[in-house]
Design a protein around this ligand. Structure first.
Ligand code: 13P
Length: 342
């Protein structure tokens, strides 16, 4: 298969009506933090057991077309000895891999960061491909303050995302491009909209300069929201409207799908916002879907708590959350559905 057919086949498998992506790619420090919050020790065995629980949820492939894994998970197996990427593929879920190596301060741009991991990336990707992965994810973060992100920060982060995406495509891996405008801070929703618009504008300019084919990538943005510490509240319809306004201004129609991150929203908020966007813009040129980590996993981790006796109940909650987001992806979610039986 030539590279374009390979990229197209992955896009076709990932972008499916009623389905989205699970981000289960927490780095070791991040999963340790999430586990600790619910009293689970972050051992290799617990991480394996937890990710086996997620991927092994019966029929979860109805709602998930892809899963983003952390490097360690690629080498782990389920209880029957099947490697976890192959276990996902058997559920009809395309395995992907987080390839960035986290953020570091960006000198010359106080308060801003840049993500590391470009050196040797093409070689690493070829290795991950032999382990069954077909797409990748790279995240840049943008803190919001009066001065941040700076023009330099916006520029360097956009260029880094574009370099990563171009490298992925050159080896037949579909890139998920993730520019995350952080929720932390007391900024207004308007300020978040203004920053997100500048960020996305710069990202697509850089993608163009680096020759990235927009048809063969996915965008994973944050939603437009007031800062977490802001006293202002925004309604579900307002969040959807402001987020769509920014996306319409910046994301070319050639991009097949926008899969949002949840960014610290509650599971129900993330679902309701996605639903409202799909209802407000039924003819959108891109599909509007999800690629949540916390908003899909929070109830699951809380229920499991590292106890094998809780696996079936935790899987039931996971199935439920994924189902709610599947409905939201079609604009068919209603909050009353949260409390009804499946
Ligand atoms: P959240 O949905 O928890 O924001 O995580 C998505 C993600 O992949 C962060 O990189």
């Amino acid at each position: 298969m030539d590279i374009y057919s390979e990229l197209q086949a992955t896009i076709t498998d990932l972008v499916q009506p009623g389905r989205g992506i699970l981000a289960a790619d927490e780095s070791e420090p991040t999963i340790a933090k999430r586990f600790k919050a619910v009293g689970i020790e972050s051992t290799e065995e617990n991480r394996r057991a937890y990710r086996t629980l997620l991927i092994g949820t019966p029929n979860i492939g109805h709602f998930l077309s892809g899963v983003i894994l952390f490097e360690e998970t690629l080498g782990q197996r389920n209880d029957q000895g099947t490697p976890l990427p192959a276990f996902a593929a058997a559920q009809g879920i395309v395995p992907g891999i987080k390839v960035d190596k986290g953020v570091t301060p960006l000198p010359g741009a106080p308060g801003d960061n840049v993500t590391q991991g470009l050196d040797g990336l093409a070689e690493r990707l070829k290795g991950y491909k032999t382990q069954g992965t077909r797409f990748a994810k790279w995240r840049e973060v943008y803190p919001v303050s009066e001065r941040n992100p700076t023009l330099l920060g916006i520029d360097v982060n956009a260029d880094t995302l574009a370099r990563y995406a171009a490298i992925c495509q050159s080896v037949g891996i579909v890139p998920i491009v993730e520019p995350e405008v952080l929720l932390d801070g007391d900024h207004t929703m308007q300020r978040c909209a203004e920053v997100t618009e500048c960020v996305l504008h710069a990202v697509f300019h850089a993608l163009h300069r680096h020759g990235v084919l927009l048809e063969f990538m996915l965008l994973k943005p944050s939603m437009v929201l007031p800062g977490k510490e802001s006293a202002a509240r925004a309604s579900v319809e307002e969040v959807a409207r402001e987020t769509l306004r920014v996306l319409k201004r910046t994301v070319p129609a050639a991009v097949p799908s926008i899969n949002f991150l949840s960014g610290g929203q509650t599971p129900e908020q993330a679902t309701a916002h996605l639903d409202a966007m799909n209802r407000q813009y039924p003819g959108a040129p891109w599909s509007l879907s999800f690629s949540y980590a916390r908003a899909l996993q929070e109830p699951v981790m809380n229920c499991w708590r590292g106890n094998p006796a809780n696996v079936a109940a935790a899987q039931k909650l996971f199935y439920r959350r994924a189902e709610m987001n599947s409905l939201a992806r079609q604009g068919k979610y209603r909050s009353e559905l949260e409390n009804t039986g499946t």
